[in-house]
Design a protein around this ligand. Structure first.
Ligand code: HEM
Length: 474
């Protein structure tokens, strides 16, 4: 069992020695082809064959696949100052997100993170719960339950709406479907480019789809910024955009308008895609585990008694939170963190690792490791109960860890809990006749291969508030 400490382990292997890994042949490019055909399967096979620290030699790179919780923490926490994100990944992400907090490194990153952090702190998120509930309430009023409701698409529009309200005090409205398609296209293109050593110039004629997607998303953000700048500052609402524009007006050199736009784009993309993916998988888990769904609904009923959830109620929805955690364990929206590169030599788990080594961190391997999660394929929310056996630090990290842990994790958890509770108050989820577990596809985030549809029925709350008396109607 790994130690809970993330302190570096002293060097125990001679310089030049590498952990075990698959034979690489002359160039090792065969390994890259193997990964491009199916990255999760390739990483699972190598972990089984070679252990928690696997060396891949792909000329000219040395890469380590790290799937031991203590080693991942050692890398991301203790060695934070000695690693940067993989430059090719960053190049691909920056096509849409410029130089935002998700892209920047070192000092510029720290300044952006510090400026944004207060807006995403637990206290700010608590103040935002009523807005999330308002967005969820009006979306769910429009839902049309039935035998094959497009639940994933509905949840994606809702997650977009929430982040639009937080950033711009606005709503996504009729643009949601077009933006959903644009974001999906951007993720598929970005994911494919990860396996190319370089991208062909974006002005080439066959790249017009990529340019169109960027134009659409940039247009959405720029319209909001333009409208806000046209308003007298005294009338600006208290939201993320006003906060960023205040930074711009206070110091336009540090916060040019382009930087404001980049942060808005990142908040829009990072702020809805992973939340929507996680909620969609949660809906599937609830539909395929009716007993867990009923237990969560009874808790929601007991705590809220039909009321809209508020910041005070959320911590009391403990079982609901367990179902969300168990969903993110089985279907982490970011199953592989962005690869890192060592900027200088370091030791990791006693190995002396030279500068420029790359690190891949497949969170999903830790989440599916029977040492930390017995019968890892089973959906068991009880694993996360307060009185359950402790989970080793780092074995569950849907939001990453260390200084670059997800900026929006508190928002995401509050948002998912509010939406899940309100959904259970109004609807019952079930699988269709013979419906099988959706095939999960990794396109930067993990989504069902075919957009998820479920049987959705309206739940009518009995007048005495009791769950047992509830009647269902379609
Ligand atoms: C269930 C929902 C979410 C999941 C699973 C998730 C997951 C993650 C993960 C794993 C990382 C770290 C990536 C790495 O270390 O390579 C990350 C970073 C980030 N996330 Fe999230 N995220 C979620 C929701 C959100 C939301 C709602 C926002 C709001 C804006 C957000 C904004 C960000 C940003 C800005 C970063 C980059 C932070 C930095 O580099 O300093 N995320 N997220």
């Amino acid at each position: 069992m790994p130690s809970a400490s993330s302190d570096p382990v002293p060097a125990a292997h001679p310089p030049g020695a590498w952990p075990p890994g698959p034979p690489s042949g002359l160039t090792g490019w065969g390994l890259l082809v193997h990964m491009a055909r199916g990255l999760p399967a390739a990483l699972t096979g190598w972990r089984q064959a070679y252990g928690d620290l696997v060396h891949l030699r792909m000329w000219p790179e040395h890469q380590l696949v790290v799937s031991d919780p203590a080693l991942v923490r050692e890398l991301l926490v203790s060695h934070h100052g000695a690693i940067v994100r993989w430059e090719r990944g960053i190049e691909i992400f920056s096509y849409l997100q410029g130089n935002s907090v998700l892209i920047a490194e070192q000092e510029p990153w720290a300044a952006k993170r510090q400026a944004l952090q207060p807006a995403f702190a637990p206290k700010s998120v608590k103040g935002f719960v009523a807005t999330i509930a308002a967005a969820a309430g009006s979306a769910m009023e429009r839902w049309q339950p039935g035998a094959a409701m497009p639940i994933e698409s509905e949840l994606t529009s809702l997650a977009m709406d929430v982040i639009m309200r937080m950033m711009f005090s606005g709503e996504i409205g009729g643009e949601a479907r077009e933006m959903e398609a644009a974001v999906h296209q951007a993720l598929v293109t970005g994911n494919a480019e990860m396996f190319w050593p370089a991208s062909a110039p974006d002005w080439l004629p066959w790249k017009r789809h990529k340019r169109r997607v960027r134009g659409l998303l940039a247009g959405l953000i720029e319209r909001q910024i333009g409208a806000r700048l046209a308003m007298p500052q005294d009338d600006w609402p208290l939201d993320l955009l006003s906060r960023l524009l205040e930074l711009h007006r206070a110091d336009a050199a540090a916060w040019p308008l382009a930087a404001v736009r980049d942060e808005c784009m990142t908040a829009f993309l990072a702020g809805h895609e992973t939340t929507a993916a996680s909620l969609s998988w949660w809906a599937w888990c609830m539909a395929s585990h009716p007993e867990a769904q009923e237990k969560a609904r009874q808790e929601v009923e007991a705590v809220l008694e039909g009321r809209i959830p508020d910041g005070e109620a959320l911590p009391r929805l403990g079982y609901l939170a367990q179902t969300l955690n168990e969903t993110m364990r089985l279907y982490p929206a970011a199953p592989i963190l962005m690869s890192r590169r060592a900027t200088r030599a370091l030791t990791l788990g006693g190995w002396q690792i030279p500068a420029r080594t790359m690190f891949m961190i497949p969170v999903f391997l830790m989440h599916q490791d029977a040492r930390w999660f017995p019968e890892p394929q089973a959906f068991r929310p009880e694993r996360f109960a307060l009185d359950a056996p402790p989970i080793p630090r780092g074995a569950f990290m849907p939001f990453g860890t260390g200084p670059r842990v997800c900026l929006g994790q508190h928002l995401a958890l509050a948002e998912m809990t509010v939406i899940a509770a309100m959904l259970l108050q109004r609807f019952a989820l079930a699988k269709g006749e013979g419906q099988r577990e959706p095939e999960a596809v990794l396109n930067i985030s993990l989504r069902p291969k075919v957009p998820l549809k479920l049987v959705v029925r309206r739940v009518v709350r009995a007048t005495n508030g009791g769950c047992a008396d509830r009647a269902f109607k379609t």
